[in-house]
Design a protein around this ligand. Structure first.
Ligand SMILES: O=C(O)CCC(=O)C(=O)O
Length: 314
């Protein structure tokens, strides 16, 4: 189901209908896109072979990360993805289908020739290889910490315009956003209020903000919303121009880290269970204690669940 369908109220019943094993593939990528895609496919197959049904790839998994690389590696997805102009789209769809998994395909640089805009875009596929949803990074990574890191995605990229909720048939709903988006609690809270069982963030923090905030953000989003939070990074490559933090991580609804990689290539796997969400919400019943008489519900007002420009799910 697409983001627009998911915009309906939270589905009835448990937020996660049955346990699901998740894999965070902390991938070592280089500058050769075809090699990156092949390597991603091998790792997704490995995760599926060990029983994972929901597999996550990192931000910019098919290219080096950096504003100068976005135009060179960008793929055209609209009006429809031509396999020649969008090899990553075709590969991701095949990875999902060949392995019968739900796949959050990290993110890839996207180019829309009709608007001449670039985006940082995540494609989410179902086990039949069909596109379930598309998320374009809503909050661009523009920061300046003097002497440490300056990064301005907005020099090249345009922001996405929707909150992305994805229904995984048979399981439940997830919220998907990308990296810097995790710093904005609104997206996470909207997803949780609309019944998501997990928030999934392909991300690529750095060696300044990674040690400071990566784990804290994952735990904060999990604690506030009492759901699972997954953050999936590329492996660190000190020979690359951008040094990713690594530490792909899954945090449970009590904000406990249930799986964490170090800096090199790894697959982090763990089972997600509705019982843990329900137990957390029973023990600390935030959902029934909110004071909408004092402040408005985050669900009030217009929330954009559908960017009309984005491809409809297949
Ligand atoms: O928020 C941060 O510190 C890092 C964000 C980032 O690396 C990204 O959005 O790609």
């Amino acid at each position: 189901m697409s983001s627009s369908a998911a915009a309906a109220a939270a589905p009835a019943g448990p937020v996660l209908k049955k346990p699901i094993k998740m894999a965070l593939v902390q991938l070592a990528s280089g500058s050769d896109k075809a090699a990156n895609l092949k390597h991603a496919a091998d790792q997704v197959a490995k995760a599926a072979a060990s029983g994972s049904k929901l597999v996550i790839l990192p931000e910019c998994f098919n290219s080096p990360y950096g504003t100068n690389f976005f135009p060179e590696y960008a793929e055209v997805l609209l009006p429809s993805p031509d396999p020649k102009a969008a090899p990553s789209y075709a590969s991701l769809s095949n990875m999902a289908k060949d392995n019968q998994v739900f796949l959050v395909g990290g993110s890839i640089p996207e180019y829309n020739p009709s608007t001449k805009k670039h985006y940082n875009t995540s494609l989410i596929f179902g086990p039949d290889g069909a596109l379930l949803a598309t998320h374009r990074k809503v909050h661009l990574f523009d920061i300046d910490i003097p002497g440490k890191i300056t990064f301005r995605e907005s020099e090249v990229l345009s922001p996405g315009n929707q909150v992305t909720l994805v229904d995984l048939p048979g399981y439940g709903r997830i919220g998907v956003a990308i990296c810097y988006d995790v710093r904005f609690p609104e997206l996470a809270t909207i997803a949780a209020r609309r019944g998501a069982f997990a928030l999934v963030y392909p991300g690529a923090f750095n060696l300044t903000t990674g040690p400071l905030h990566w784990k804290l953000l994952a735990q904060a989003r999990a604690m506030d919303n009492q759901i699972y939070v997954a953050m999936c990074s590329p492996a660190r490559d000190m020979g690359a121009t951008y040094h990713a933090y690594g530490h792909s991580m899954l945090v449970d609804p009590m904000a406990q880290v249930v799986g964490e990689a170090e800096e090199s290539e790894a697959i982090v796997e763990a089972e997600l269970d509705s019982a843990k969400i329900e137990e957390t919400r029973r023990n600390i019943p935030l959902n029934t204690q909110r004071r909408y008489d004092v402040y408005p519900d985050v669900n009030q007002g217009k929330i954009h669940f559908e960017d009309p420009e984005l491809p409809k799910p297949t």
